[in-house]
Design a protein around this ligand. Structure first.
Ligand SMILES: [Mg+2]
Length: 280
C-alpha cells in the first residue's frame, strides 16, 4: 500500500474536501483518507500508482510506501533548504565580490563544475575578509525557511535523530544547530590568521559524496537501514543522499534536482517532511 501526503501552503490553508475528492478519484483503489491538519495536510492511502496522474496545482504531493514512512533519522542540507541564505554569496556581497562569486555558486549548484573546486575558487576570491564581519552575518542576514523550526520541534518530540549537513561553513551551521536543536552538524571550517582575516578553508573539504557518507555512517551507528532515513536538500550536491535515503525530498530545488527527485516541496513548507514521515 502507498500513502500520498498532500500538503497545502500554511498561508493559503486551501486543502478542502473538493480537492481531496479530486485526488481520491484519480488514484487507484483508495482505501482511506486521513486529515492530518485541517486545510493544510492529509494522507491518502491507495494500492496502485497511476503514473499518468498529475495532482492538482498549488499543492505538494509526497508518495511513498505506507509501511516504510516512519523514519528514525532526518538529514538536512542547510543553505537554501533550512535557511534562505547562501552564505558564500552573503560574504561575497559584504566584500564587494558578489557577481564573481555568485556565478561560481550557480554553476556548482547546477552540477556544471565540481563542488570542491567551486568552494576553493570562491574562498580564494574572499581571502582577507575579517572574521568579525563574517560572523556578524548571523545576526544581520540569517533567515530560516518556513516550517524549519516546526519540523525540528516535531522531530525532537518524536525522537527522530536530526543532522544538519552542509557544504557551507561551521560558523553558520553551529548557529543554526544551536537555534533549531539539530542533534549533530557537519560542514567546512573557514580558517583565519591571527589578526582574524580569512586565509582559506580547512581540508578535507566536505563535498558531494560526503553528505551520503555521513548519513550512511550515522545509520550504521544507529543500527538502522537507509530506508529508515529521510533527507532533504535543493542542490546537486544533495542528490546522492536524496537518492539513497528511504525518503528523499527536493526542497524548492534547482532544475537538475527537480528532474531527478520526484518527491518535491514547491508550494508548502518544510513541515511537509514532518507530515510525510508521520509526525504531527
Ligand atoms: Mg543547499
Amino acid at each position: 500500500m502507498y500513502v500520498a501526503t498532500i500538503v497545502a501552503s500554511a498561508k493559503k490553508r486551501n486543502l478542502n474536501a473538493e480537492t481531496l475528492n479530486e485526488v481520491r478519484a484519480n488514484l487507484a483503489d483508495v482505501s482511506r483518507v486521513a486529515v492530518i491538519r485541517e486545510g493544510i495536510a492529509a494522507d491518502i492511502y491507495f494500492e496502485q500508482i497511476d503514473l499518468g496522474y498529475k495532482p492538482p496545482q498549488g499543492f505538494d504531493f509526497i508518495i511513498q510506501k505506507a509501511a516504510a514512512r516512519k523514519k528514525k533519522l532526518l538529514v538536512c542540507d542547510m543553505e537554501s533548504t533550512i535557511i534562505q541564505n547562501e552564505f558564500l554569496d552573503e560574504i561575497a556581497e559584504l566584500g564587494g565580490f558578489k557577481t564573481e562569486v555568485a556565478k561560481i555558486t550557480e554553476k556548482a549548484m547546477n552540477g556544471e563544475i565540481g563542488f570542491r573546486e567551486a568552494i576553493e575558487a570562491r574562498v580564494k576570491i574572499l581571502k582577507g575578509m575579517p572574521e568579525s564581519e563574517i560572523r556578524a552575518l548571523i545576526e544581520t542576514r540569517l533567515t530560516y525557511n518556513p516550517g524549519a523550526k516546526e519540523l525540528l520541534a516535531a522531530c525532537k518530540k518524536a525522537g527522530v535523530y536530526t543532522m544538519l549537513v552542509s557544504g557551507g561553513f561551521t560558523i553558520f551551521t553551529d548557529a543554526v544547530t544551536r537555534e533549531l536543536g539539530f542533534d549533530e552538524s557537519h560542514a567546512n571550517r573557514l580558517e583565519f590568521d591571527r589578526e582574524g582575516f580569512l586565509t582559506g578553508v580547512a581540508p578535507p573539504l566536505l563535498g558531494k559524496e560526503a553528505k551520503l557518507e555521513i548519513m550512511a555512517a550515522q545509520a550504521k551507528k544507529m543500527a538502522i537501514s537507509l530506508d529508515d532515513c529521510a533527507a532533504t536538500g535543493d542542490g546537486a550536491n544533495d542528490l546522492p543522499m536524496l537518492h539513497a535515503a528511504g525518503l528523499g525530498i527536493a526542497y524548492m530545488a534547482k532544475p537538475k534536482v527537480k528532474a531527478e527527485i520526484k518527491n518535491q516541496i514547491n508550494n508548502s513548507d518544510l513541515m511537509a517532511i514532518g507530515y510525510a514521515i508521520g509526525l504531527k
